[in-house]
Each structure stands twice: as C-alpha cells, then as structure tokens.
Write a new protein. Structure first.
Length: 250
C-alpha cells in the first residue's frame, strides 16, 4: 500500500518532467517514448561487441574460431591486466555518446551506458570484489567538475550491487591529454601516474577488481593503472570500458 501511494505521488511529477523535458533519443535528439534510450535509427548504428572475441583483449573476430581462442596481439604482447571487455565499437553514435558524457555535461547518459557495460562484462562484474574508476588528476577534475569514468563506475556499482572504491586508486601525476599521441608517447605520458591511496591497500590485496573507463584505445592508461593495482596485490584485474577503438575485425 505504501509503495502504491508513493507511486501515485511520484507519477504526476514524472509526467510534469516529461512535459518540460520530453523523452528524446540520446544519440540524435528525436522524440522517443522513454528517457535514456535510442531511436531505432541510432540503435541500428551501434556495433555491439558480441562473441566471438579474444578471451583476453575482447577483440571481435569476424568468424568463430572456437572456444578460448586468443588474438595474435594477446599472444605476442600479453597485457598486464587479466582481460578486457567493452560494450561497443567506438564509432558513430557510440562516439557521440562518449563525447557527450565526457565534454558536454551529459551525466544523465551514464546509467544507460553502464547498463550496456554490465551486459558486456561477461560475468566479471558479478564475480568481482570491487569496482574502481580510472581517476582524473585533481587539477583536471577541478576544471571538468566530474570524472566520466567515475560516473560510469558509480552506476555500474548501483546496478550490480558491488562495492565502489572511488578514492582508492589515485592519479598522482598530472599527465597531458592522450588524444593525438602515438602509442609510445601515450605509454610515456602515463608511466608512474597512478598509486593506491595511503591506508587503502587492504581493499586491493587479494581482491578481484573491475577497472572502469569510458574508451579503450591503445590501452596505455589502463595498463599503467593496472600496474599500480597489481603492485598493491590485486589478484585479478578486469578492464571494462563502454567503447573501444577497433581498426578492423580479426
């Protein structure tokens, strides 16, 4: 009865909010039936990353090569993290969603994006002990006002019921923007940039953690962060991103 009463009180406010801010496609802005959704046209343009893919790097294969297959990249240059999973290819509407969240104050998109990430996590979120975002340096956070990775991690924790550790991994070095840098320059830029906050080591030691970021490109940032987590004794690190850059199917 209490729930029904509460619902009856909330519905008029929801209807009023919908009149002021009508539901619109998160991609192109056309009218839709619900908030935090895509219109059919934008939805059809999303390239979700589904199996088959490399079990380590999550790189999509053009055809099924059998269970447990690794990509040539994962074999030749194994990453420091244990596995990577991403929800979609970083192009078209997915790129627009990333840019809107990161630079256009569209934090309202984070719940929808986190839902896609949970689905793409391949059970790693369900099996983890904690969720951590890739942190921003305090100076950049001051000017940007929020951390897009932290927004995704927060909603991922809400959806999964897993603990969120937003202040455990720190960015101690003020790095330059990674955009426009080559792979080697990206590695040099973030080398030694992360550390575990004093007194938080026990939250990492022996734990299975999911490290959240918005986009995976060369992997330099998440690799540097993973090294700090592994140094603190993390037993297993899954990198989970909303999008990833893929040059072509393997």
């Amino acid at each position: 009865m209490v729930s029904a009463l509460r619902g009856g009180l909330v519905r008029p406010w929801v209807a009023l909010a919908d009149m002021i801010y009508p539901p619109a496609c998160a991609g192109c802005g056309v009218s839709t039936g619900t908030h935090r959704s895509l219109c059919p046209r934008c939805w059809s343009g999303v390239r979700f990353i589904e199996r088959p893919y490399c079990e380590v790097l999550g790189s999509p294969f053009s055809h099924d090569l059998g269970p447990g297959i690794l990509s040539a990249e994962a074999i030749a240059d194994p990453p420091v993290f244990d596995r990577l999973r991403s929800a979609a290819i970083h192009d078209g509407v997915v790129r627009d969603l990333v840019l809107s969240l990161k630079y256009r104050d569209r934090t309202d998109l984070a719940p929808m994006m986190a839902g896609w990430m949970l689905r793409a996590s391949d059970g790693t979120v369900a099996a983890c002990d904690a969720i951590l975002p890739i942190p921003l340096h305090r100076v950049r956070l001051f000017f940007r006002k929020y951390n897009q990775a932290a927004e995704l991690a927060r909603h991922l924790a809400d959806l999964s019921g897993k603990p969120l550790l937003p202040a455990t991994l720190l960015r101690t070095k003020r790095t330059t923007q990674q955009v426009g840098l080559g792979a080697r320059a990206r590695q040099d830029n973030v080398r030694g940039a992360f550390a575990i906050a004093d007194g938080h080591e026990s939250r990492i030691f022996g734990r299975r953690v999911v490290l959240v970021d918005d986009v995976y490109t060369t992997g330099a940032t998440v690799a540097a962060a993973t090294r700090a987590l592994k140094k603190a004794g993390a037993a297993d690190v899954t990198v989970l991103t909303f999008a990833r850059a893929v040059g072509g199917l393997i």
